[in-house]
Design a protein around this ligand. Structure first.
Ligand SMILES: Nc1ncnc2c1ncn2[C@@H]1O[C@H](COP(=O)(O)OP(=O)(O)O)[C@@H](O)[C@H]1O
Ligand code: SF4
Ligand SMILES: [Mg+2]
Length: 353
């Protein structure tokens, strides 16, 4: 499926190139109370994330529900305005900070950066026909000729593996997988460069998941796309990613190529997530005592002191309870754990390339 070794950008671009760069991005939601709606605390959904997205790659973002993945994705596409930080978008050698642009200033970038949503049925208005759903972004970005819109929608439907005649139908006439293809056609209609897909296969059956992931990979080649692929399921992420960022309590706790992450995890949270991925190879499934995740995911309104993962971590020490670890480079991974060098955590692949 993946013709280029994982970890390398597929478009042949230099790894130092960056399409979108998040710098210390924060999204804090105020929690209010009482008649005067006084802010009593903040939900720190995204709490200081820095990462670079390379042209042509698939960067996946994983973590349990509530870790802040959706909020980060929405900040990257500027559906929500971050509380702090910068979102630098490179275009023709120029960099623009999208973080605090007004809707009017943001408009020229809206066609470059698109989102595909979790639930295809909820994201497609059931009372509108496929032609209207897929054609709407085209009209919004200036395609006024009806015949041109129709021809473009027909072409898009073909490319996502649907018959062009389907354009006059309503969403309820389609299966979950077909509806997700319609959502993909809509996202691609205005020829974006970056697509943020949020749990876009999570609601589908396993076989339909695989077909949809294959389609996304084919479209990536065909349209020269860069993906940010958000999923709570590391198993899904393995086959589509070049690199993986693991999030916990609004932060990135580990970032590595998919090969390195799966064979040599360095953060205990990553190792625990990997342990819950079903493996076809029974030797790997049985080998060693693999970590299990205990306890509840950290509350972003009440972040544990020190390392936010310490209440669930079997390796936690006094240092972990007192000092918040920063993300730092160890070999070819980035890890936020005080003891990362000393831990010999088990992956689910034999070894790194
Ligand atoms: N609009 C919002 N207002 C208040 N809290 C929110 C909002 N959106 C998300 N949250 C909270 O932020 C945290 C992260 O949520 P989310 O980004 O949806 O995580 P994930 O996608 O990883 O499940 C959760 O505690 C969630 O309840
Ligand atoms: S810093 Fe400490 S508590 Fe946090 S993941 Fe590492 S060992 Fe566990
Ligand atoms: Mg989510």
């Amino acid at each position: 499926m993946n013709m280029v070794p994982a970890g390398l950008p597929r478009s042949g671009s230099l790894s130092s190139e960056t399409l979108l760069k998040a710098e210390d991005v924060k999204v804090h939601f105020p929690v209010t109370s009482g008649f005067f709606k006084k802010t009593v605390k903040h939900i720190r959904a995204v709490d200081g994330i820095s990462l670079s997205i390379r042209p042509g790659e698939t960067l996946s973002i994983v973590g349990e529900s509530g870790c802040g993945k959706t909020t980060l994705g929405q900040a990257l596409v500027r559906v929500i305005e971050p509380t702090g930080g910068r979102i630098l978008y490179s275009q023709g050698g120029q960099e623009v900070d999208l973080a605090h642009l007004s809707p009017a200033e943001m408009r020229p970038y809206r066609s470059d950066i698109r989102m595909i949503f979790q639930d295809p049925f909820a994201s497609l208005n059931a009372r509108r026909r496929v032609i209207d759903i897929v054609g709407e972004p085209l009209r919004n970005f200036g395609m006024t000729d009806k015949a041109e819109v129709e021809a473009t929608v027909a072409d898009l439907l073909r490319r996502v593996g649907l018959r062009p005649e389907y354009m006059s139908r309503y969403p309820y006439a389609f299966s979950g997988g077909e509806r997700q293809r319609i959502g993909i056609a809509r996202a691609l209609s205005v020829r974006p460069k970056l697509v943020v897909a949020d749990e876009c296969v999570s609601a589908l059956d396993v076989s339909i998941q695989a077909q949809t992931l294959n389609l996304l990979q084919d479209l990536q080649e065909e349209f020269d796309l860069t993906y940010v692929f958000i999923s709570h399921d590391l198993g899904v992420v393995e086959y589509i990613s070049d690199r993986v960022a693991v999030m916990y309590a609004g932060r990135v706790v580990e970032l590595a190529s998919v090969e390195t992450l799966f064979s040599r995890p360095r953060h205990p949270y990553t190792a625990a997530l990997l342990a819950s991925v079903p493996r076809p190879d029974p030797r790997l499934a049985r080998s060693e005592k693999r970590m299990r995740l205990k306890g509840e995911v950290a509350d972003p309104a009440n972040r544990p002191g020190g390392c936010a993962f310490h209440p669930r971590c079997p390796f936690a020490t006094d240092e972990c309870r007192a000092v918040d670890p920063v993300l730092r480079a160890i070999d070819d991974s980035e890890v936020a754990c005080h003891h990362a060098e000393k831990l010999d955590l088990k992956g689910v692949r034999e070894n790194a390339a």
